[in-house]
Design a protein. Structure first.
Length: 318
């Protein structure tokens, strides 16, 4: 019953051919533009870049999200989860259904890299044998090389060397992504994994940053000086102030913040309705910072900074 319900919801969203929310562009056209985003677990794609994916899908680009693991060692983080019985019996199975629903919301393509969630490290720093972060890099990179050579993206998006935060799978996701980025273009590397393909641009996610938090805080202080949200923004500002602003590219994806949130709500076992992800009003975000931010770390094409497009400098025939 639960499986059928989630599948029906996903099919209904997918059949529309559009993200569930947001304002579609008036000049949608078929494009050869292809973006691949590599994430550690299902739900990461919805909290880190989902509005950008929906934005590019709406503009005719092909977007493929790769989940390195199935999130098997995750916890149930939503006490009001309707499907709790299934989550306790088969959390990996439920997370696959949730990923399918999020995929349909965003209109993206999706692939599983096929590795097992490492969980948080033990006190001695080790992870379970055979889990994603335990497998040698030269082995775990090969499936991603295969996907890159098959999909042929011009743009690859992933995490920085710290993984966004120090979870073993996030750090390994960075390592695997960068290794595959280089190896996919080298005919001597993984010769049985398809024809070599050179990705034009490599980006790191920089969506959570001090400038964004400050912009929203300042607008809220100006328009609603008594808002109880100000204290939470203060906390987030203090946390994010420690990190330098490294973004080079602001993708104008504000019209798709609702689609982002709908995708994240699809991962109901991991995100409760009162999650901090949803505490800031989208109207405030759209006025103060209607972007998602990325850092260009390597490019094979010429481009001018700052950018507003991950595909800047890439021709239509690439």
């Amino acid at each position: 019953m639960v499986t059928e319900l989630v599948a029906q919801q996903a099919n209904a969203r997918q059949s529309s051919g559009q993200p569930s929310s947001g304002q579609p562009s008036s000049e949608q056209k078929t494009s050869t533009r292809r973006l691949m985003a590599v994430h550690a677990h299902p739900d990461d794609e919805s909290s880190k870049g989902a509005a950008s994916y929906a934005y590019y899908v709406d503009r005719g680009a092909q977007v493929q999200v790769v989940s390195c693991t199935g999130g098997e060692r995750g916890d149930i983080l939503n006490e009001s989860l309707p499907n709790r019985a299934m989550a306790e019996r088969d959390l990996p199975g439920l997370r696959r259904l949730e990923m399918a629903a999020a995929q349909a919301v965003l209109g993206i393509d999706h692939r599983w890299l096929g590795y097992q969630d490492s969980g948080m490290p033990n006190e001695d720093g080790t992870v379970p044998p055979g889990s994603f972060a335990d497998i040698p890099l030269e082995i775990s990179a090969e499936p991603l090389v295969r996907l890159i050579r098959a999909f042929k993206p011009q743009v690859l998006v992933t995490y920085d060397e710290n993984g966004g935060y120090p979870h073993p799978d996030h750090i390994r996701c960075h390592q695997v992504s960068v290794e595959a980025y280089h190896a996919a273009a080298d005919p001597a590397r993984y010769p049985d994994a398809g024809e070599p393909w050179q990705i034009s641009k490599l980006y790191y996610d920089r969506i959570f940053n001090y400038e964004r938090m400050s912009s929203m805080y300042n607008l809220l202080l100006e328009t609603e000086p008594e808002s109880p949200l100000l204290e939470q923004f203060e906390q987030m500002k203090r946390w994010s102030k420690e990190e330098p602003y490294l973004a080079t590219t602001k993708v104008p994806s504000g019209a798709f913040f609702e689609a982002r949130d709908d995708a994240l709500r699809s991962h109901a076992s991991q995100v409760s309705p009162d999650s901090s992800f949803f505490f800031w009003p989208n109207e405030l975000q759209q006025r103060a910072w209607p972007y998602e931010d990325y850092q260009l770390v390597e490019s094979k094409v010429e481009t001018e900074m700052p950018e507003t497009d991950l595909f800047a400098g890439i021709g239509d025939d690439s």
